[in-house]
Ligand binder design. Structure first.
Ligand SMILES: *Cc1c(COP(=O)(O)O)cnc(C)c1O
Length: 354
């Protein structure tokens, strides 16, 4: 099988086919979503996700169908007037765009790849209800350091803090105590087939949803939370993906060992890439560089050649994204990627580009 480093959809855990078979054998694929059986799976999944990812007991989790859906849910069900968005890449910008369509007063601030916004000197409009951040910007390989979230939380205690953790949840240990809303879809660091999203809500966020009580959309968050009281969903959910999430969480001990392994792999890949004279980093400052999605720069003439050579070696690299399409390729450093594949990639890069 080809070693894929595509940052989404990405490599799924190798146990997935066995679990799919198991789900089929046990009748889970045809399980009614109002049944006791489904409610048990759903409850166990939520409890395991909380336990394994260190999510506080008091937080709620709802199932959505994607991260994109969460963008709209936050604008429609958590925001009355405006959210404030900080972004430096394509996913953060798209979230801002969706929010603005529903709440035209929404504001955003773009920052560069080499520098965080000056949060200390920042002033936010008084009506800011939600501060929206991208925890890991998949398009350009930047991350938002925990310190930045803490600083914002300290300086602006009133607005909720929402983070898009699509390419970090399940790979990076996240401190949820300063975060009110975090969401992700499962086809990145959670190593599962696409078609399921998770939204994690602090008690403060739940309270806000209850206050607004927005019920004019099929995916009103108030309605979703009502159904989750019984571990149900208001629509027929992706039961298979929920089951796969439960099974993959069950066999792992927690986020710390995964985080540590990804950190080590990141360092190994850094050493290799630093030694490659024809390759460079899109994000020079290591402090701002993502640990789960590495964006590597090369001349735009070279890029198609790199993909071609990689393919011949049985490796699929991630294509550059958006503004960086022509001059970069991306490497997913996700938990489901087997160790052998990382070694294969290191060998390939060293052989051709150092
Ligand atoms: C992949 C990705 C999304 C979109 O996820 P969908 O499941 O396609 O909705 C959103 N944000 C980030 C940061 C992503 O990496």
């Amino acid at each position: 099988m080809i070693a894929t480093f595509n940052p989404g959809p990405s490599k799924v855990y190798p146990e997935v086919p066995a679990y799919v078979n198991e789900a089929y054998e046990q009748g889970i694929l045809s399980l009614n979503h109002r049944s006791e059986g489904f409610m048990n799976i759903s409850k166990e999944t939520v409890e395991l996700v909380k336990d394994r990812l260190n999510i506080p007991e008091s937080y709620k989790i709802v199932f959505t169908s994607s991260a994109t859906e969460c963008w709209e849910i936050i604008a429609q069900s958590v925001t009355r007037v405006m959210s404030y968005h900080f972004y430096n890449g394509a996913f953060g910008e798209r979230w801002f765009t969706y929010a603005k369509l529903l709440r035209p007063k929404t504001k955003g601030e773009k920052f560069g790849l080499d520098k965080l916004p000056d949060f200390e000197r920042l002033k936010l409009p008084k009506s800011t209800e939600v501060i929206c951040l991208t925890h890991n910007e998949t398009s350009n390989g930047t991350r938002l350091p925990q310190m930045a979230i803490e600083m914002l939380h300290r300086k602006f205690p009133k607005p909720l803090i929402a983070v898009d953790a699509t390419s970090s949840l399940g790979g990076i240990s996240i401190d949820f105590t300063r975060i009110d809303i975090a969401y992700a879809s499962v086809q990145k660091c959670l190593g599962l087939p696409a078609g399921l999203g998770l939204m994690i809500l602090s008690p403060r966020a739940v309270e806000r949803v209850r206050q607004l009580n927005e019920r004019t959309h099929y995916n009103s968050l108030a309605n979703m939370l009502d159904h989750m009281e019984k571990y149900q969903t208001h629509y027929t959910p992706n039961v298979l993906d929920i089951y796969l999430l439960r099974r993959t969480m069950e066999v792992r001990y927690g986020i710390q060992p995964i985080h540590k392994r990804l950190d080590e792999q990141y360092k190994e890949l850094c050493d290799v890439i630093n030694d490659c004279s024809k390759l460079d980093w899109l994000v020079p400052d290591e402090y701002l560089r993502s640990r789960t999605v590495l964006a590597v720069k090369a001349s735009s003439d070279e890029i198609p050649e790199i993909h071609k050579k990689a393919n011949e070696a049985g490796i699929q690299l991630g294509k550059g994204y958006g503004d960086h399409k022509a001059g970069t390729f991306r490497i997913a450093n996700f938990p489901a990627i087997p160790r052998e594949d990382i070694d294969k990639l290191k060998e390939f890069l060293t052989k051709h580009y150092s």
